[in-house]
Design a protein around this ligand. Structure first.
Ligand SMILES: [Zn+2]
Length: 245
């Protein structure tokens, strides 16, 4: 494991592990993914419901206020009845009273509807909050367990970063630079196994395990016996021989 290809393979693995560990640290473990998604969705739904409930409570207060204003207005018209001076004024005030009464009826109905909506939403919110308590308790327990695990994952990340740093020192800079570009291009898969296919007539051909591009026999020998760093001419991935661990 002293040749360059082997070191590059170690670098590749450490890099992959580092990416996985860093992703894990930034999120949640796969084992609690389903619970995390369920918890997040229910919490978001509860927030939406709580907002609707708050809005319904405001609408209810507004509707009650409108009823109170209309009642006040009606009362004033009714008080004016005793002060009318003639038939014409009397007719006018009666018409005002009729209008006020019919307006009040509409507002009363709206207030009742607002009351029912506010109460029904408040009830639903209460019920879902109680049901959520259990989910929240399970989620908190899982989260606490994960929080306790995090320092060891963080330590692993630090260790991998040190490994990568020392491997960097053992590999030519241009190789590292090129390797990281290929990692970027292929979303992490920068190495391809050197594959061998037996030919029916005897002999074998070598090819890139990722794109199948044929590798010249003498190049395959270099990779297998000397651990030379070679890129596939087609996909540019770095080739490694089976058995390199
Ligand atoms: Zn290839």
């Amino acid at each position: 494991m002293n040749d360059l290809a082997s070191r590059l393979r170690l670098f590749d693995r450490a890099l992959a592990e580092l990416r996985a560990a860093s992703t894990l640290l930034a999120g949640v473990p796969e084992s609690m993914r389903a619970l995390h998604d369920e918890y997040s969705a229910e919490r978001a739904a509860l927030e939406t419901l709580a907002e609707a409930s708050r809005e319904a409570a405001v609408a209810r207060r507004d509707a009650d206020g409108a009823v109170a204003d209309a009642q006040e207005k009606l009362k004033k018209f009714q008080q004016q009845v005793s002060r009318v001076r003639n038939q014409r004024e009397y007719g006018a005030i009666l018409s005002e009273i009729d209008q006020a009464k019919s307006g009040l009826k509409t507002l009363d109905e709206a207030a009742l509807a607002a009351l029912e909506r506010a109460e029904s939403l408040a009830r639903e919110l209460d019920e879902r909050r109680s049901a959520f308590a259990d989910l929240e308790a399970r989620y908190s327990a899982e989260l606490a367990r994960w929080e306790a695990e995090k320092p060891s994952v963080a330590a692993k990340v630090a260790g991998l970063e040190r490994d990568l740093e020392s491997l960097r020192g053992e590999l030519p800079k241009p190789v590292i630079a090129q390797f990281l570009r290929i990692v970027e291009r292929y979303h992490g898969v920068a190495m391809a196994r050197l594959d061998r296919t037996e030919r029916p007539g005897g002999g074998a051909i070598w090819h890139c395990g990722c794109c199948n591009y044929q590798i010249r026999p003498q190049v395959a020998v270099e990779i297998r016996t000397k651990g030379t760093i070679v890129q596939c001419d087609n996909c540019r991935r770095f080739l490694f021989a089976e058995g390199e661990g």
